[in-house]
Design a binder for this molecule. Structure first.
Ligand code: ATP
Length: 299
């Protein structure tokens, strides 16, 4: 009988692995576009993260040979620091995330995590060190417990509950008649944008990565939900290094350092107050967005 079960077991494992791979890819959709194959160097060691610093050292990168997108970009994120990357559309913000996840290698320059060149370590270890909270989270047609638990293999019920608590979605789940067993997704309960994002946060918390990449984390939500989610993200980012790729400046004003990117170059960097005082590109973007907010209120 065991002989009959073993292939079924294997089939189940293959199915789960593929499914997990697919949702990873779907989640990355905004970050990846068309991934080019990068491969591990022979005998590459695993990334060892003790102090999760992130350094871009003179990075030159283009998707095509004849058009560079990043022109010698250098920036440093200290361990435990919270930084944001802002800039006009097409400046190269998402590209920075894709390079950090090593979907592509730079043409020249290096990207270092805790002093290790990410091109020299295994992709698996690199990707398990980085958690992504994407703007639009994808849910499986499965239970809400499954959707959270998939963040870590063999997560038990207690760990899933704790992650839900930390992501501030536990009271919502407990209010459902079947709790964590509630089916969600297209064929089940439809979750709001904010709830979906909290599921993504809980998932990431289970993964427990030292580095967080927040991809336009709050741009699709109403102001109140946006503020609540920003608060949750602030809490969960506390002991981690976080990099927020942001469109809306209102959510990242309290970042330690804001890197302002313009056409693949660092135009300016500093805290919100410093940048406003400087009266450059950031101050201009801030004024424009404040104006837009005022107009919305007036409408
Ligand atoms: P947005 O705020 O609009 O999302 P962004 O600052 O995140 O913009 P990126 O997505 O990093 O910008 O894109 C930077 C440049 O790289 C753009 O000119 C874009 O057209 C180009 N680009 C992005 N992805 C690819 C790709 N897969 N192949 C070729 N060019 C690409």
């Amino acid at each position: 009988l065991m002989q009959l079960f073993r292939p079924l077991d294997l089939l189940g494992w293959v199915y789960r692995t593929i499914r997990q791979g697919l949702i990873d890819m779907a989640q990355m959709f905004r970050l990846i576009d068309t991934p080019v194959e990068v491969s591990d160097v022979p005998g590459a060691p695993a990334l060892v993260v003790r102090r999760p610093t992130v350094v871009f050292d003179n990075v030159v990168f283009g998707y095509e040979d004849d058009r560079n997108i990043l022109h010698g970009l250098s920036l440093e994120v200290p361990a435990g620091g919270h930084v944001a990357i802002v800039g006009p559309s097409g400046a190269g913000k998402s590209t920075i995330g894709r390079l950090l996840f090593r979907f592509y290698d730079p043409q020249s320059g290096r990207i270092l995590i805790d002093g290790q060149d990410i091109a020299q370590v295994t992709q698996e270890s690199l990707r398990s060190a980085i958690g992504i909270v994407p703007q639009d989270s994808v849910l499986f047609n499965d239970t809400i417990g499954y959707n959270i638990g998939y963040g870590r293999e063999h997560a038990d019920a207690a760990a899933i509950e704790q992650a839900a608590r930390d992501a501030a979605i536990l009271p919502f789940i407990q209010s459902l008649p079947t709790g964590f067993d509630t089916e969600v997704g297209e064929r089940g309960l439809k979750l709001s944008g904010g709830e979906k994002q909290r599921v993504a946060i809980a998932r990431t918390l289970l993964k427990d990565p030292p580095i967080l990449l927040l991809d336009e984390a709050t741009s699709a939500l109403d102001t109140r939900t946006e503020q609540e989610i920003t608060g949750t993200l602030r809490r969960v980012s506390q002991d981690r290094t976080s990099i927020a790729i942001a469109h809306r400046l209102s959510t990242i004003a309290d970042a330690d350092t804001i890197f302002v990117l313009e056409a693949g170059r660092l135009a300016e960097s500093g805290s919100h107050t410093q940048l406003l005082r400087q009266g450059g590109l950031y101050a201009e973007m801030w004024a424009r967005q404040a104006n837009e907010r005022l107009q919305k209120v007036a409408e």
